[in-house]
Write a protein that binds this ligand. Structure first.
Ligand code: ADP
Length: 404
């Protein structure tokens, strides 16, 4: 059985085609800059255990429809493809960021589901609308093949009410569903499963803090395999400062800035979601951590400051969630920054002696692939675990359509 997983971002998507008998990716890739000049797909196809073909196709993809049609062409390509006929794909699974109180489990896609995903855009402005566009485009390309939506918010359905409610009048929760939902749940689920395998412990007894640091950033407390709290909230803009998102701010700032700058609601949203975070605090340096780190190392004060701010925020979540779980067994870093930036990991883990967390600086700086432990002997476990959201999407898709 082959399942195609699709993970759509603002103007990009990642894909992997899995052979579900072995759970290995037989082809995959990513498409960037959809709708811009300079859009391209990087496509990789596994030829054997040790060889693969890699192809970069530079082509203007005006829409997601164009890009998905090209992806299918590449999957079917005689030289670089992995299948001979589209019917070899049993199902397509999609990552959808926000399911809110409508979807708390993977769902077979139809027109109504896509419409609901689109309607939830106001709760995940950067993500849901583009997910709906991507699913519609795939329905056009893959026609009769079943498509499944797997929601990032579903892993956090276990968060208790005292943690997910805000201190607003209760009627707004009842009337509009205003509460913390949480995101990055697909990644959290993968990381938690890996943790159990890596340390050989039953998940029922494991307390994990997962720092997913990428363009979007979150910290999640997972106790006994269940999310009990997470830093993102009603929307993925809450919690930590991120590439372009401001994270938690005093709610009073919003109205004050609207007044002072004469901003409309849309302009305020743009400011908080697209012009803040690394990009905003660094004075426009970049939203990309690699560039911010390079600028900081070259002496840029604001670049150094924003890195310090973010790692201080992560550190406070680690403290708070250790208290919430009454202890901690594993601290995990994942996501593009979590997996690759030794600078951020070092800043976060400095002075955590009280929690018996000691990072091994040499191990932390070593470039290596795969999951690895980077804590000193005697410390609680600190791990880097590369996330694999696409594999979880494929597993959940299979489980929904062909339950075992
Ligand atoms: P998304 O949240 O869109 O999935 P990613 O998880 O891919 O994002 O993370 C993107 C971030 O990871 C960017 O800030 C990028 O700079 C950072 N990143 C990727 N590779 C490296 C690296 N080798 N060193 C430091 N940061 C990296």
């Amino acid at each position: 059985m082959r399942i195609l997983s699709i993970n759509t971002g603002g103007s990009s998507f990642k894909y992997q085609l899995f052979d579900m008998e072995t759970e290995t990716a037989i082809a995959g890739g990513n498409c960037e800059r959809i709708g811009e000049e300079g859009s391209f797909i990087t496509h990789v196809c596994k030829k054997s255990d040790s060889t693969e073909s890699r192809l970069v196709v530079h082509q203007y993809f005006k829409t997601h429809d164009d890009a998905f049609a090209k992806m299918l062409e590449l999957l079917l390509d005689q030289q670089h493809g992995a299948i001979r006929d589209v019917s070899e794909i049993s199902a397509v699974g999609h990552r959808v960021v926000q399911g809110a109180n409508i979807y708390s489990a993977p769902t077979l896609v139809n027109d109504e589901v896509v419409l609901n995903i689109e309607k939830l855009s106001s709760l995940a402005p950067i993500h849901n609308a583009v997910c709906a566009t991507a699913i519609r485009a795939c329905m056009g390309v893959f026609k009769a093949i079943p498509e499944v939506a797997v929601f990032d918010s579903q892993f956090h359905a276990t968060i208790p009410d005292y943690a997910y409610l805000y201190g607003l009048p209760y009627e707004y929760y009842e009337r509009y569903g205003v509460r913390k939902y949480g995101f990055h749940g697909i990644s959290n689920k993968y990381v938690n499963q890996q943790c159990c395998e890596l340390v050989g412990k039953d998940q029922a007894t494991l307390r994990v803090i997962c720092c997913h640091l990428g363009n979007g950033c979150s910290v999640t407390a997972i106790s006994g395999g269940k999310s009990i709290d997470t830093s993102m909230g009603f929307t993925p803009a809450d919690g930590l400062l991120m590439g372009t998102r401001c994270g938690s701010i005093d709610p009073g700032c919003a109205g004050y800035l609207m007044q002072k700058e004469g901003l409309s609601y849309e302009q305020l949203d743009e400011l908080l979601s697209k012009k803040s975070g690394y990009l905003g605090v660094s004075g426009g340096c970049s939203s990309d951590s690699r560039k911010v780190v390079a600028a900081a190392e070259a002496g840029d004060r604001l670049a150094a400051l924003v890195l310090r701010m973010q790692s201080y925020q992560v550190k406070k979540y680690i403290g708070g969630y250790t208290a919430a779980m009454n202890g901690l067994d594993m601290l995990v870093f994942t996501g593009g920054i979590g997996e690759n930036s030794h600078v951020t990991r070092e800043l976060v883990c400095a002075d955590l002696d009280f929690f018996s967390l000691w990072l091994d600086k040499d191990l932390n700086r070593q470039h290596a692939m795969g999951s690895r432990c980077v804590s000193k002997k005697g410390s609680k476990d600190i791990w880097i675990i590369p996330t694999n959201e696409e594999l979880v999407i494929a597993r959940e898709t299979k489980q929904l359509l062909w339950p075992q």
